[in-house]
Design a protein around this ligand. Sequence first.
Ligand SMILES: Nc1ncnc2c1ncn2[C@@H]1O[C@H](COP(=O)(O)OP(=O)(O)OP(=O)(O)O)[C@@H](O)[C@H]1O
Length: 635
Amino acid sequence: MSTVAGTTEADGGRGPEGTAAPRAREPEGRPAGERPAAEQPAGNAAEEGPRAGGGTGAGPSPLRLLLSRVRPHRGVLVRAGLLSLAGSVAGLAMPLTAKHAVDAFAADRSPAGPLLALTALVLLGAVLSAYGRYLMSRTGEGVVLRARDQLVGRIMRLKVPAVDRLTPGDLQSRVTSDTNLLRTVLSSGLVESFNSVLMLLGTIGFMAYMDLTLLGVTLVVIVGIGAVTSLLMPRIQRAQLRAQESVGAMGAALDRVLQAFRTVKASGAEERETAAVASAARHAHDRGVSVARWSSVSDVTMAMSIQLAFLAVLGVGGARVASGSLEISSLIAFLLYLFYLMGPIGGLVEGWTGLQSGLAAVRRIDEVESLPGEPAAAPGAVGRETPATPFGVTFRDVAFGYGGERGPAHQGVTFDVPAGGLVALVGPSGAGKSTVFSLLERFYDHDSGTITVDGRDIRDWPLAELRGSLAYVEQDAPVLAGTLRENLVFAAPDAQEKALAAAVARTRLDTLVDRLPEGLDTAVGHRGVTLSGGERQRIAIARALLRRPRLLLLDEVTSQLDAVNEQALRDLILELAEQTTVLVIAHRLSTVRHADRIVVLEDGRVRAAGTHEELIEGDDLYRELATTQLAADTR
Ligand SMILES: Nc1ncnc2c1ncn2[C@@H]1O[C@H](COP(=O)(O)OP(=O)(O)OP(=O)(O)O)[C@@H](O)[C@H]1O
């Protein structure tokens, strides 16, 4: 037996400091276990660290990020803006036409000419405007689609620790509602604002043509009130961001319940959880009300500024008409233009609000996009017809911690897995067994020590190639929504029908396939047939087999199987170990007693390694685990 005494001694010297201290020096905000791209060794050059210039911190401003999303569409947006502007311009001529009509009536002439010309202008404007709006909406849809594609692609490539920090509900709200807001910012934020500015200038031009004094009075009132209103803008901006954040938090609260729906019911916790989601909803409501409060104040103030300007113009203009220095028709036209100002000013306020919600959305989208990512996903289509040479694995003095309060999960772990054959990891709960698999799949990067796979440092492996050579059956054996066939070929989409049938037979899934109404094409998982834990485990194993891996990682794959299926799977594992390397984690020692080598982990350290007989003889913990289990099995 080879008890790994040296490992324990080495740990003693390093202890928790060996791992915890360097982690404490990690810059704030960087999740544990991640190193910036600059610190990555050459083999990892393809991996992405936090994207330079994320939306948070020192990166480009949200406005620049927003404009960069819109830039590819600027040609069509300008066209759309000009078309809808053309529609509005017809309106600008109306007060002037009204003046000419009044003058014509006063001089006993027919106003038919100007009225007909205006009617034609209005009809043409309506057609152009409708087409402009359609173009704008279509472009908006394109921007949203692109943003969603990009964001979902990014999420798929995020590193596991980055995803650990986000909740699915919050992520969903970023993919669905935040990207949706980009459409609003495009139409009301950019195009409407652009139109409003042009309309504003046009209206002011016509007003200047009518009377400069009255224009001066108007501008003093409106600009004065506008300056006061602008003080509210930062408040609205903050309220908008908080409102969007609280929608994400509400999604996260709901997600928590849905993830553990049966447990919630079985625990009689429906009311408590309903209250928790309701509280998040109330929070979102309060923040929505806060946005509404400040926005309505700013909207009303702008409307009020026009009304006050109207009164001032009426007073000054009336006096000038009385003194004979202004025609009554000019005063009427001026007052009409004054009300026309409402449109572009309202458009600017709306555009500004739309821009703020768009900026908040861009900030939230960019937060996800600037999280550390991996290179492109591993190719799924492995499906080799013949297994390639098996991989050996070594762990040398490996230290790793997930971060947080809990301390290191591995403290100087050292063991060997020879190429080909069966090696088992055993030990009490929390000893660090599953962490070995997470490090081998490089879901996390170890902090120190060396891991080699097939003789090559794991950090030097191109990630896609490494993962493409492994197959990993998780403890929970999740089944994806889809058909049974889709689930089986998930990791090897090009697998042949013959290989699929063989994997089904080897994992004793054929009885399940016969029982299902549409056989392999029956929908399973969410909204499909509900499967038992044992069936899910066997599906996960068949999926792994189809991949024909060079290293097969099995985490607790027999825990939910009945005695017959467990025996069959044990035989299958031994058979597989003749073709490839199988590393298995099992609490049930019956699964591992025939392993070529068993590694006993405890508190993140390897305490012993050897065959079943050697460990029964020489390791107290293993003997205790074996005896307790034997007693439980015979009870
Ligand atoms: N994603 C994670 N984030 C933070 N801590 C984690 C994470 N996964 C595991 N841990 C912690 O790391 C330690 C080792 O966990 P690991 O899952 O490797 O143990 P294990 O031996 O496989 O346990 P079990 O037999 O119960 O599955 C535990 O203290 C665990 O709580």
